[in-house]
Ligand binder design. Sequence first.
Ligand code: UT7
Length: 336
Amino acid sequence: MYNSKIIGLGYYVPDNVVTNDDLSKVMDTNDAWIQERTGIKERRHVVKGDGDTTTTMGVKAAKIAIERAGIDKDDIDFIVFATLSPDYYFPGPGVLVQRDLGIKTVGALDVRNQCSGFVYGISVADQYIKTGMYKNVLVIGSELHSHGLDMTTRGRGVSVIFGDGAGAAVLSREEDTTKGILSTHLHSEGQHAEELSLIAPGMGKRWVNDIIADNDPNDESYFPYMNGQFVFKNAVVRFSEVIMEGLEANKLAPTAIDMLVPHQANLRISQFIQKKFQLSDDQVFNNIMNYGNTTAASIPIALTEAWEQGKIKKGDLVVLAAFGSGFTWGSAIIRW
Ligand code: UT7
């Protein structure tokens, strides 16, 4: 058995900065409300016609990660792509990355675990590498939310939160099993599936043919729905549980954490976790202020920035944790 380690990281966000004041011009919201409730100051939105899609942003992030990994694209043995905003309903973006990067015909897997997508993705990659089946696995989290949001006052509870962007990691074989990804921990609770969801177009409650036939401008099932307070309450509990589960599995105490990179759901959630585990500002990385919540992309973007800023060093204990739609949640305990 091997371990896997992250040998390359990259991220890409569109240039277009959308401030809270910009949003207040198109809906009834304001900078004070958004900052107070979420910590978000601005986010990035793809500009129509610029050519950015979930896949192209993922490819841009992946190219940086592959270059930093010091490997050739043809050394990639497998692709894992996590998103809730795929370019197409099907096929998923994994194969589009294989095409756009010009990689040989390796397997490409799409992960549908929303905010937990990147943690689920690296968990999958880790298992393949552990068993020796693959040596280098590319894991991407990418989202283009902006053009699927209800940018009117009706949608303000959701649309002010989410932003666009992508992050990627190359995971590679590590012979020393005290290094790299020590463990991953995944959970789901489908009982609350609809509390944070986008129902249409699906083949469940809102069939595509019905949506077309109804042609109803008041149909909200096209837009993401979130029961914000309910999600918040579950998030703080599950984040705490799954971080503790990961630490205990490795016989570690919270004091052992050098850097916690939580999914950037809401700055208030990160601050709650920080307080609960008595971590200093240097032990938790947040960038939601600048990018909003980029769901599957948020951890790889944050991890890349933390690494670029020298906040993650060799030997550090790095903890990733996520919670989101599904509900799904997970953690990864990494010895850098
Ligand atoms: O990433 C996946 C996981 N996601 C999360 O973990 C998100 C968890 N939830 C949250 O972060 C918070 O619940 C939100 C930030 C989404 C909302 O904050 P909240 O403190 O729970 O606000 P609320 O939804 O209870 O709304 C409070 C008030 C309402 O007005 P009334 O009914 O009190 O008059 C809303 O209509 O704020 C109003 N409101 C807004 N006002 C200005 C809702 N959205 C906005 C807005 N601007 N954008």
